[in-house]
Design a binder for this molecule. Structure first.
Ligand code: NDP
Length: 293
């Protein structure tokens, strides 16, 4: 049975399942976060660009769970890349969240067209780590070429790369590279949300193979996908605003998929990404400013 904690490459413990809050409107974020913490979650994934960090902080305080029991993860947006800008991004995020220290900060995207700024932003994360302002640092949406360059030109190996990963898009080559460097793979859209809300032709929630496995265990398709991540050693951050689904997505520690079932899910990979190609993200098209705290 996979345990609910993963040890990062610097020894910090990360609760494997967290609540994601992308597209969670600010007015329901506080209740969703507080509900998740009451249900037993101890890990929240937000981002400066989600514009709900303030409400995430309020949700943590409203839950009654002590701050130091919650693994709080945020991401700096591309408009805050560069060394000084990324140091200031910490003040913005920590100020909105109402905390002195973050547990994990990720660079939200590689900025291929300005990788110099991306590297300088990562060096700022290294400084925040050295100063004790954050317990671990990492990246998101980095592809092999971005990671190789980051590893060659900076000092601290990222603890995490958060990437699109669900049964229909598994990035196995990238996962292998992570394993070689001790980088944890954290799955975004872990239950394939992007295959449904993204207007995709085929949603993971309707997949016959997943439905069959779910039926065999008396679990939901979402629970089967989350269990698959856990048993393959990944962190996953499913998003919901609905209390029943928030609870369902955390009720994944009492069953075990067989190796045949894991292999059947592995075989669903289409190699087709639901989200944008990371190289298409530029300051010109996505560089909105992140407000001050
Ligand atoms: P998910 O795979 O978590 O799916 C979320 C969608 O599925 C929502 O529409 C939700 O609706 C629905 N849902 C949730 N639980 C269930 C369930 N048990 N049964 C059926 N439907 C369910 O996709 P996300 O794209 O939201 O990814 C999760 C998190 O990953 C984000 O919130 C964010 O934190 C992170 N992320 C990071 C990205 C990055 O670039 N680094 C990009 C995208 C996401 P409802 O809320 O109505 O329940």
């Amino acid at each position: 049975m996979a345990k609910n904690t993963i040890t990062l490459n610097n020894g910090v413990e990360l609760p494997a399942i967290g609540l994601g809050v992308f597209q969670t409107p600010p007015d329901v974020t506080t209740t969703a976060v507080a509900e998740a913490l009451r249900q037993g979650y101890r890990h929240i994934d937000t981002a400066a660009a989600y514009m709900n960090e303030r409400e995430v902080g309020e949700g943590i305080r409203a839950s009654g769970v002590a701050r130091d029991e919650v693994f709080l993860e945020t991401k700096f947006w591309i408009s805050d890349y560069g060394y000084d800008a990324a140091l200031h991004a910490f003040d913005k995020s920590a100020g909105k969240l109402g905390v002195d220290r973050l547990d994990l900060i990720l660079l939200h995207q590689p900025l291929s067209s300005r990788f110099d700024l991306t590297l300088d932003a990562y060096r700022a994360l290294e400084k925040l780590l050295a100063d004790g302002k954050v317990r671990a640092i990492g990246v998101s949406n980095f592809m092999p070429e971005h990671l190789e360059r980051l590893l060659a030109e900076t000092t601290v190996v990222p603890a995490v790369n958060q990437i699109e990963l669900h049964p229909y898009f598994q990035q196995t080559g990238l996962q292998k590279l992570h394993a070689e460097h001790g980088i944890l793979t954290q799955a975004w859209s872990p239950i394939g949300g992007i295959t449904s809300y993204g207007g995709g032709a085929k949603s993971t929630f309707d997949d016959p193979a997943l439905l069959e496995i779910a039926g065999a265990h008396g679990k939901s398709v979402a629970q089967v996908m989350l269990r698959w991540h856990l048993q393959e050693g990944r962190s996953a951050i499913p998003k919901s605003t609905k209390p029943a689904r928030i609870a369902e997505n955390f009720d994944v520690f009492d069953f075990e998929l067989s190796s045949e079932q894991l292999a059947a899910i592995d075989a669903l990979d289409t190699g087709v990404r639901g989200g944008p190609d990371p190289d298409s993200i530029t300051l010109e098209n996505y560089g909105m400013a992140i407000p001050e705290a």
